[in-house]
Design a protein around this ligand. Structure first.
Ligand SMILES: *[C@@H]1O[C@H](CO)[C@@H](O)[C@H](O)[C@H]1NC(C)=O
Ligand SMILES: *[C@@H]1O[C@H](CO)[C@@H](O)[C@H](O)[C@H]1NC(C)=O
Ligand SMILES: *[C@@H]1O[C@H](CO)[C@@H](O)[C@H](O)[C@H]1NC(C)=O
Length: 377
């Protein structure tokens, strides 16, 4: 689709593009943000970005009439070790948004060519006595017993260079005043605040304290109509992590109805009300949490659970691509367009027909570096 565009109007992009090999992915249905056109076309990559450069002389990849998507963004995972990124790449997850691993410098050290790109908040903010504070190695400068400590917590994290701020809310957690101090300080630094919200009360606390993005879905009680209308009014985006909620219900032998009525039911109502739903798996390998959704494949399970909850397959894909990118202000990715990172997934089957086809992965590109899941491990 970009192959017919001239290269004269891309001075800036083409300068960057000159740095790497030219690749032309031919004969693919190219995701246009809302679906796949019925005709196939060509996408050109150079220097790790998608380009409108002339593909003459490019290495040609025949897409065999497959489906080319932007790489998936997992908007909730825990990357305590860089090796966790390997299965994410295999499953087409090209961006991993960590939601609380410390220290932040350990996460940054995972960044490398051909590897899933990471963002994170460093250690999360909470108070002494919560499960989060009890994690081994938990940095005590994340303890926020009062608003002043909350402001210092944000300033410290910003000084570390974190991408956003994560709070662990809980009935035993930080007070509303402290959370408000955190959100207000974070917003003054132009940082988003994401809060752990696995219960109904956590959602109320997040709303009362101007948290930008609640994550998880309530297992104890469904959100009611006024709670959902507050989410809409306040423009919240939600990362429900249904695969985690279902795994917790199973692992802790709760009635499955806790998942269906409370977690999935809340998400269904959010979808009906128009709350933007972002895809996150809560993949982790921590022995201290009740479930460990595996890396990479859980993103696909989350897509399936969100479709069961009421998203269309197209909306689910948007929640793992363009919507995730705009929610977390990752403006260099999430769609297939010249100038954006060449994070791409080639599927052999159309995921808008059946969301499970998101697993028909033939090839993955991470900033233009090709990875072949069918021959590599
Ligand atoms: C957390 O609480 C425990 C138990 O009350 C106490 O022993 C510990 O010193 C506290 N830790 C901090 C960092 O305040
Ligand atoms: C919805 O739930 C909130 C929080 O529990 C409660 O304060 C409110 O009264 C409920 N609203 C309705 C309409 O039930
Ligand atoms: C949880 O258990 C139900 C059946 O009881 C099963 O259908 C579902 O796949 C399980 N979910 C996970 C994440 O293991």
């Amino acid at each position: 689709m970009f192959s017919t565009v001239t290269l004269y109007n891309c001075a800036f992009l083409c300068l960057r593009a000159a740095a790497g090999p030219l690749i032309a992915i031919e004969n693919v249905h190219v995701w246009n943000g809302k679906g796949f056109p019925s005709t196939t076309s060509t996408v050109v990559l150079s220097g790790g970005i998608i380009t409108n450069a002339n593909p003459a002389g490019a290495t040609v990849v025949n897409g065999n009439g497959g489906y080319l998507l932007p790489g998936f963004i997992d908007s909730h995972c825990h990357i305590q070790e860089c090796s966790y990124l390997t299965p994410m790449r295999q499953y087409g997850v090209t961006t991993a948004l960590d939601m609380g691993s410390f220290p932040y410098s350990g996460l940054v050290a995972c960044r490398a060519s051909g590897v899933t790109d990471v963002r994170g908040p460093g250690g999360l903010g909470t108070v002494n006595g919560t499960t989060a504070a009890g994690l081994p190695g938990y940095p005590t400068d994340g303890l926020i017993p009062n608003p002043t400590a909350g402001e210092k917590f944000v300033a410290d994290r910003v000084a570390q260079g974190v991408d956003y701020i994560k709070l662990f809310l809980d009935v035993l957690g930080p007070t509303d005043d402290t959370i408000k101090a955190v959100t207000s300080a974070a917003h003054s630094f132009n940082k988003l605040v994401i809060s752990h919200a696995p219960t109904n009360a956590d959602y109320d606390q997040a709303e009362a304290s101007d948290v930008d993005i609640p994550t998880h879905a309530p297992l104890d009680q469904p959100l009611n109509a006024s709670q959902i209308s507050n989410l809409v009014t306040n423009g919240r985006h939600v990362v429900p992590t249904l695969i985690m909620m279902q795994s917790i219900v199973n692992n802790t032998h709760q009635p499955f109805s806790n998942y269906v009525l409370n977690a999935e039911g809340s998400v269904t109502e959010m979808i009906k009300a128009g709350v933007p739903i972002v895809v996150g798996s809560d993949s982790n390998l921590s022995p201290y949490v009740p479930a460990n959704p595996p890396f990479g494949i859980s993103l696909h399970h989350e897509l399936q659970l969100l479709v069961q909850a009421g998203l269309t397959p197209v909306q689910a894909i948007q929640g793992a691509t363009s919507l995730a990118a705009s929610t977390f202000r990752l403006y260099d990715r999430g769609t297939i367009a010249p100038g954006l990172r060449a994070d791409l997934i080639l599927l052999s089957a159309d995921p808008t027909v059946n969301i499970a086809n998101s697993l028909s992965i033939e090839k993955v590109w991470l900033a233009g570096v090709e990875f072949d899941p069918t021959t590599s491990s």
